[in-house]
Structures are given as C-alpha cells and as structure tokens.
Design a protein around this ligand. Structure first.
Ligand code: GRF
Length: 228
C-alpha cells in the first residue's frame, strides 16, 4: 500500500502533531509523516518529531519581509520533500489564497470548536461567555477564508457548569487527539473527498444517540424519543 506523503505544519507545543505521529507510526496507517515544519524556532513540537525520527525544518516567518516570500520558501520545502498532503496542527500563520490554491484540497486543519461557530482565536472563552452546552473540534479542508472549508469530521464535548477556558480546552484537546488521526485516515484512504463545498464520505457509519446537556429531568436516559 502506498502511503500518502504527509507534512505537518505547526507553531507550538505540538500535541496534535504527536497524535498524528503516533497514528502514522503504524505501518498500516495510510499516511506517512515525512516532514515536520515549524514557523517558530524552538517550538516544543520539534523535539517530538526528532524523537520519532522525522526530519524537521524551521522556516521562521519573521525572517521574510513579505508573507508571499515566506510561503515560497514553505512551498519549495514541501515540493522538495515530495509532499502530497499537508496537515496544519496549531499552525498560527494565515495562508494566502495563492498558497491554498496551489495545494487545493490537499491541506487539512484542526480547529478547537464546532465550525462554523467560533472561528478564530479565544474559542473556549467565547464558548463559555455564550453559555452554549456543547463544544468540540473540527477537522476540515482548508479554504482561503479563516477557519473555513469543507468539514471532514467533528467531535462533540459537553460544556460543564464549572468549566473555565483551560479545563474546557483540555477536554476539547482530548477530542482533537482522537479526531485528527481518524480524519487523516479518511482523507488518505480517499474516503473523504471534496465535492462542491462539502466533503462526501464513503462507507461511513454515523452515531445514533441524541446528546442532551444538561441531562437532568429527561424522561428516558437512553436518548430514545417517544414514538411519533
Ligand atoms: C489546538 O487546539 C488546535 O486545534 C489549534 O491549536 C491548538 C494546537 O495545540 N489549531 P497543539 O500544539 O497541537 O498541542
């Protein structure tokens, strides 16, 4: 089986990078991480990749006068490594339309909210301010707009009464670590393909339960509604 040659781009601690490295360490995983690139010198995730024996590169965006020059360097590195698919994992740089078009439907990203809600930064703070009962994460193909593009997979977590942003972020992050490798698997296997503005899934099962938060006072905790 030819494994999809994948690069992970990141800027920070790299816990999602680690989840992807761990999944792809299995030889039957359909994607192989062959390049890890940080735009931040000394970012924590670099050690994770090195430990796993994956080549790393730091391309510091601050050493380029223009965003396009930074992206040219990035693009050259990816082409040089023979990359077929890019995973953004906490990569804190906006990509221009030119770059996104070059890698059309070959860049995926994880965002710590249920998109299209809560795009951008401070997601957990805003979720708590709004008092919504569920949050989660989204893996999506990258479009030219911020945190937009066809959705591949989402995971839902409850928001609890005594949450603060750090507690909620940790719960969402656990979901991210499950979701991102699964979504990458789907893409690499060709089971999640962009058709128009959406992702079409092949041979996929969908969960049945209805989730209600808070759970108190439900007539039937099994989640079964009364017959119509
Ligand atoms: C994650 O919450 C991810 O969803 C967001 O940035 C964070 C990166 O965390 N895009 P890590 O570096 O993967 O630990």
């Amino acid at each position: 089986m030819a494994r999809i040659k994948t690069a992970v781009l990141f800027s920070g601690r790299g816990s999602n990078l680690q989840a992807l490295i761990d999944a792809a360490a299995k030889t039957d995983f359909p994607a192989e991480i062959i390049q890890v690139i940080s735009n931040v010198p000394g970012a924590g995730g670099l050690v994770r990749a090195t430990t796993a024996g994956i080549p790393t590169k730091t391309i510091d965006h601050r050493s380029f006068k223009r965003r396009t020059a930074f992206e040219e360097a990035l693009n050259a590195e990816l082409l040089d490594a023979g990359i077929e698919l890019i995973c953004l994992a906490g990569f804190m740089r906006l990509l221009t339309r030119t770059f996104v078009d070059r890698w059309h439907n070959r860049i995926i990203n994880i965002h710590p909210s249920l998109l299209p809600s809560y795009k951008g930064l401070r997601t957990h703070e805003r979720v708590l301010e709004d008092g919504v009962r569920f949050s989660g994460c989204t893996v999506h193909f990258v479009g030219a707009e911020l945190d937009a593009g066809p959705i591949i997979m989402q995971a839902v977590v409850p928001v609890k009464a005594d949450d603060n942003p750090a507690i909620l972020a940790a719960r969402v992050l656990r979901a991210e670590h499950l979701c991102y490798p699964s979504a990458l698997r789907l893409v690499a296997e060709g089971k999640a393909r962009v058709v128009g503005s959406k992702v079409e899934l092949t041979n996929i099962s969908t969960p049945e339960p209805i989730l209600i938060n808070p759970e108190v006072g439900l007539p039937n905790k099994s989640g079964k509604a009364a017959s119509p």
